[in-house]
Design a protein around this ligand. Structure first.
Ligand code: COA
Length: 307
């Protein structure tokens, strides 16, 4: 895909005009003498791009030479119902689109043996005193294990800023919350300095606020890493989209009993599928495999989080 505006016949003022509008002159049909691109040509290109519903550039990225969105009269094939996108869909859609287009995504998958962790979680939640404290959820364990992994693999808690990588020394963990109006990502601030119960309580409070449509903007800002836990619903694996300007997002789907070879025999173990999607400009596949393995080891023996 052409990256500059060289080898195109256009005056410096037209080049500047095209640059300001983010137009790749290679894609503009020239109508001027000797194949020169005119101001009208650039304007026509922008109008046509807007009409086709496609951006002239991916928000500062390379030109996207995509065909226009199909325009179909669905009613000609059967009964339809038209509903406007929800407010959340209207806000999150462009962000997801930007992240999908601008971040070179890769997803790695692994499995964590959560047999002892789930036994411990259920035991704690069944205690008499459990009624007076937040319920320990798998999400809370995922958050604490992620923070331990983020401390070890600091590039996962970083952000690209121009030519630099900004490493954050604080751990604000966002989590995907499924709400009737769509996906929201509240952020638990300084989750590293909170205990498991406090994290579980903060997550429950933020998820309830999200479902009631009462999250403040500040509740969703400042995240350094995100977790999407959909095991309560189901699934064996999925590819979550990185939440820019973060560089990685952890996913978890439904844990299931599986036969595991212990060296002598197969024994049933509760295995949790986990995945990490990451910005390949910052993290490579080997780094992601190490990160995910470490998260799996922590979930397999949660005492290691303390080390
Ligand atoms: N495997 C098996 N069962 C699981 C599980 C997993 N990975 N995760 C949860 N469960 C089960 C548990 O039995 C739990 O009940 P229990 O604690 O009494 O045992 C039950 O599902 C309910 O869990 P859930 O409501 O998911 O609670 P949570 O604290 O683990 O998760 C949220 C909280 C906010 C993350 C979750 O409710 C949610 O909204 N998830 C959807 C996220 C989403 O939409 N992601 C997609 C973004 S693209």
């Amino acid at each position: 895909m052409p990256s500059g505006n060289g080898a195109v016949h256009a005056s410096p003022s037209i080049r500047r005009f095209a640059r300001e509008l983010g137009v790749d002159l290679h894609r503009v049909h020239p109508s001027g003498p000797n194949g020169r691109v005119t101001r009208d040509d650039v304007q026509h290109f922008v109008k046509r791009s807007l009409h086709d519903g496609g951006p002239t550039r991916a928000a500062g990225g390379a030109g996207l030479d995509v065909t226009p969105w199909p325009k179909i009269d669905f009613a000609q094939y059967g009964e339809i119902e038209r509903k406007p996108l929800t407010r959340i869909q209207k806000i999150s859609g462009p962000n997801l689109h930007r992240n999908w287009l601008q971040i070179p995504h890769i997803t790695n998958y692994d499995e964590a043996d959560v047999s002892s962790l789930e036994a411990f979680r259920n035991e704690v939640n069944a205690e008499k005193s459990a009624a007076d404290r937040p319920k320990l959820t798998l999400l809370a364990f995922l958050i604490k294990a992620s923070i331990a992994a983020l401390r070890r693999f600091s590039e996962f808690n970083a952000s690209i800023d121009g030519d630099s990588l900004v490493y954050k020394r604080y751990y604000n963990i966002g989590f995907a919350a499924d709400t009737p109006d769509g996906l929201m990502v509240p952020v638990i601030k300084n989750a590293d300095s909170k205990g498991l119960f406090e994290v579980a309580g903060a997550a429950a409070e933020l998820a309830a606020k999200a479902r009631a449509g009462k999250l403040a903007l500040g509740d969703m800002q400042g995240g350094t890493f995100t977790i999407s836990s959909i095991g309560g619903i189901g699934g064996t694996a999925f590819t979550q989209i990185v939440n820019a300007p973060e560089v990685a997002i952890l996913g978890a789907t439904r844990a299931a009993m599986k036969p595991s070879w212990n060296g002598e025999e197969f024994e049933p173990r509760l295995m949790l599928p986990i995945s990490v999607s990451y910005d390949h400009r910052v993290v490579d596949g080997a780094g992601a495999a190490r990160f995910l393995r470490y998260v799996a080891e922590l979930l397999g023996d949660f005492r290691r989080v303390l080390l």
